[in-house]
Write a protein that binds this ligand. Sequence first.
Ligand SMILES: [Mn+2]
Length: 346
Amino acid sequence: MTREEKLAAFDPNGIGAAQAQIFGLPFNYPESRVVLLPVPWDATASYRPGSANGPEAIRQASPQLDLFDPDYPLSWQEGFFMLQVSGEWAQRNRKTRPLVAEYIRMLENGAPEDPALLKRVNDETEALRKWVFERTAETLHEGKIPGVIGGDHSTPLGAMQAVLARHPQMSILQVDAHADLRVAYEGFQHSHASIMYNALQAGVTGLVQVGLRDVCLAEKELINQDARVRAFFQHELDARRFAGGTWADCCRDAVAALSQEVWISFDIDGLDPSLCPNTGTPVPGGLSFAEASFLLGEVVRSGRRIVGFDLNEVAPAPNGEDEWDANVGARMLYRLCSLACLSQRS
Ligand SMILES: [Mn+2]
């Protein structure tokens, strides 16, 4: 079937088949505008792992969504395609996680550092970064919009770098409970807690953080010192609204600090933990789904272009019985796909 025939045959009101492509859509890779790279990786998760299973859980939960985006009702016709979850990287993740656990145990017991063990972990995370960079460069080369599905928050660095090579003025909108500005957290160069420090090192022109509520003092210092970083702490956003301010004004201020080309880095723990109970490092408070959805919409309404995005730290329930985390993740992913396409239409 040609793309046109698939469009004609597809019933957007029908029931999504569980084994179908993501969101139950009929398009293949060449026919899709957005290409989603799943990264089954949570080796440096510091509190609890599980996000390595996020991409597959999101794919399985996704066909039950109804395909209406309020800002772009026919967004699905653009085509959203998720690549296969890499079995090789899933296996390398399983092999690296015990090394990390061993290293952290040694640190906690005050044992002398083991540079050889640390190097093995850092070599693996560097190999992953390079792999994500190369896959994303291919996606960009084919004129498609890249999205990364984590995995923990370390996973999108290579993708950000690939987009940055094409759009040197790119800034990042980060929705997150954490600042992720630690320098090589626990010694790991590509820790989930260091992703935005590494992005700044890579040369992004701006970083706007929304929803922060679990930040260490060194991170606060970096926020104060690096003029590229604008942090919108959750307690400040709450205080503005408690005093009668509006969420729309908060969002406009955050978006105004972004450059014209924007990468959205969406850590699911930026949301209230009732929306992501199994995520790796949950923190009370946070954005409602509606608030986050409105904030993302505001990026597009401001006339900015979304040049890529990641959704990370979505972790399914360990017993596999509760689909809630993946359900919320799939809905946020659909919103990201829709808005990225909408932003690139004019
Ligand atoms: Mn994060």
